[in-house]
Design a protein around this ligand. Structure first.
Ligand code: FE
Length: 223
């Protein structure tokens, strides 16, 4: 079974947010409209995400649709940190619709009331009835493919699309051996989020633009 086929499914990049006594939120890549009348949205959120607990409590969520020009540090903050420990919204311009947090740096937002949910062994699929929507800018919505291929990000382990990297690399290596000419270049890879940068040496003050880890979290790989 070739698990790389899963990469051909399309996903976006979103922040799903909610609020009880404070604002919480996390990155999800699995969000779809499943019916138009009534308008219903499905989002999948890992059980380990603190945001999951708060959505289950409030039965309400916001879905901010990230764009290709969205500040990449927003993905680092919402994708690689926990709302249990910090206020992720602190450094980003935020407002509220129907008491739900909305990130201004997004293409648009959909506010939903949870009408049902399905538990899987790792994720909750929340079904939300759309109660409000707002367009925020004309940026191109970021697909997961763009995040992966252009921004060189990878799935955090909590994402529904996470596949252990060894599986993907096994298949890649098969293909690589077939290539007769190999060009090597020096690439530094963040061990936390997978961000890659092509550079001979990293400056001492280098900080990962996605997850904000320092130079010591980077490993050198030849490509
Ligand atoms: Fe990183």
């Amino acid at each position: 079974m070739d698990k790389n086929v899963l990469w051909d499914l399309s996903y976006g990049m979103y922040v799903v947010g909610s609020k009880d006594d404070r604002k919480v939120g996390c990155i999800v890549n699995t969000a779809v409209q499943i019916t138009s009348d009534p308008m219903t949205i499905l989002v999948s959120v890992n059980h380990d995400n603190y945001t999951n607990k708060i959505i289950s409590k409030t039965n309400k969520f916001s879905l901010s649709i990230l764009g290709e020009k969205t500040d990449i540090s927003l993905i680092g903050t919402f994708g690689y940190k926990s709302s249990k420990d910090i206020d992720k919204y602190e450094n980003f311009e935020t407002f509220e619709i129907d008491e739900m947090p909305v990130l201004k740096d997004s293409c648009g937002v959909i506010i939903c009331e949870v009408i049902d949910k399905l538990e899987t062994s790792t994720h909750t699929a929340f079904l939300g009835k759309v109660i409000d929507m707002k367009k925020l800018n004309n940026d191109k919505p970021m697909t997961y493919k763009y995040y992966h291929e252009v921004l060189k990000g990878k799935s955090p382990e909590k994402a529904p699309t996470f596949i252990k990297e060894e599986i993907i690399n096994e298949d890649k290596n098969d293909n690589a051996e077939k290539l007769e000419e190999k060009q090597t270049k020096t690439v530094w890879k963040c061990k936390v989020c997978g961000y890659e940068v092509e550079m001979d040496e990293l400056p001492d003050d280098f900080v990962c633009p996605i997850c904000k880890k320092d130079k010591s979290f980077f490993e050198k790989i030849e490509k």
